[in-house]
Design a protein around this ligand. Structure first.
Ligand SMILES: NC(=O)c1ccc[n+]([C@@H]2O[C@H](COP(=O)([O-])OP(=O)(O)OC[C@H]3O[C@@H](n4cnc5c(N)ncnc54)[C@H](OP(=O)(O)O)[C@@H]3O)[C@@H](O)[C@H]2O)c1
Length: 290
């Protein structure tokens, strides 16, 4: 039987079935003894209009959502308002639905990524950064690196589809100073050999049959290689980087930090440290059991 008083939260995207967000958020609900559940909402693009129409209904039990691939930019058009950061970045990964059923869009990917870099003791100030990709997560990462008060020295960025990269730079450039950013048209021109940080924001590496985007000899011991992918735990890129003596990180802690920030938005409270630790432990265990 459906429990009418249960509040529903969840993640929309396509695909969503491998998401660790339900484990993380349901751990917090359980620990806080809250009558709420976080669910997966796999949606095809044509289903978005009806889904967002339903969200507006007073009877709808959904009060918060995360947004993942490939809808972080597309959902912008359904929001009633945005946080200043989501507005600047042009990407939403967290939606809060208030009592009047108004939809407010936030971006917690960007601060989540920066929190993880800080945990890794990597300060982007004055650094040379290379980025692969131009999708929704890249938008948040590129934008936030360029908005730091102490900025990197340079950011080189490459994407398989040049027109998408052009559109990203043109759109972000209307609101954010991208003078440190250079678009390049091949992986060779990323100058990874001279970089301090390489970030993979593409979905390449999710599947075993995916191509390898960089040559092993471009990677080196003074590089941090950051792959947003966390499942598998170590993509082929991270394995190659480890072999070359580079520092490596997957995106699990970014997922954790952005999830904590999303939860705090929905609950309008600061999560106690012990609950955060339980959320992180829950997703680490889930990944270890793969
Ligand atoms: N750790 C976290 O918290 C976190 C947060 C956000 C995202 N992520 C992960 O980051 C990845 C990207 O997410 P997103 O939202 O940015 O996705 P997206 O908007 O769909 O963008 C996908 C990107 O991957 C590129 N790509 C896909 N297949 C490729 C291939 N075969 N060769 C070269 N490039 C390819 C695309 O290039 P084209 O433009 O050429 O198609 C595009 O740049 C996903 O794996 C997601 O799970 C992790």
């Amino acid at each position: 039987m459906q429990d009418a008083s249960k509040a529903i939260y969840g993640i929309i995207g396509n695909p969503v079935k491998h998401s660790l967000s339900p484990i993380m958020h349901n751990t917090a609900f359980k620990e806080l003894d809250v009558n709420a559940e976080y669910r997966l909402f796999p949606l095809e693009e044509f289903e978005l209009v009806d889904f967002f129409k339903e969200l507006k209904s007073d009877q709808c039990p959904i009060f918060g959502l995360n947004v993942t691939v490939p809808y972080k930019e597309k959902v912008m058009g359904y929001m009633d308002s945005f946080s200043p950061l989501a507005q600047k970045l042009g990407a939403v990964n967290t939606i809060m639905i208030n009592k009047e059923r108004k939809l407010i869009g936030y971006n917690t990917d960007a601060p989540g990524f920066i929190s993880h870099l800080t945990e890794l003791n990597f300060n982007p100030e004055g650094k040379r950064i290379a980025i692969l990709g131009s999708g929704g997560s890249c938008r948040a990462i590129l934008g936030t690196l360029c908005m730091l008060p102490e900025r990197p020295e340079s950011i080189r960025i490459y994407n398989r589809t040049t027109s998408r990269l052009n559109d990203l730079i043109k759109d972000l450039g209307e609101r954010i100073d991208l003078s440190i950013v250079e678009m390049v048209y091949s992986v060779d021109d990323l100058n990874i050999e001279l970089a301090d940080l390489l970030i993979n924001t593409t979905s390449v590496g999710l599947k075993p049959e995916d191509p390898i985007l960089v040559e092993e000899d471009m990677l080196h011991a003074s590089l941090l290689v950051y792959d947003l992918i966390y499942r598998p735990k170590a993509t082929e890129l991270l394995r190659m980087a480890q072999d070359r003596g580079a520092q490596t990180a997957n995106g699990l802690n970014m997922l954790f930090y952005q999830g904590v920030l999303s939860f705090q938005r929905w609950a309008n409270m600061e999560l106690p440290e012990e609950i955060k630790t339980k959320m992180l432990n829950a997703i680490e265990r889930a990944l270890d059991s793969d």
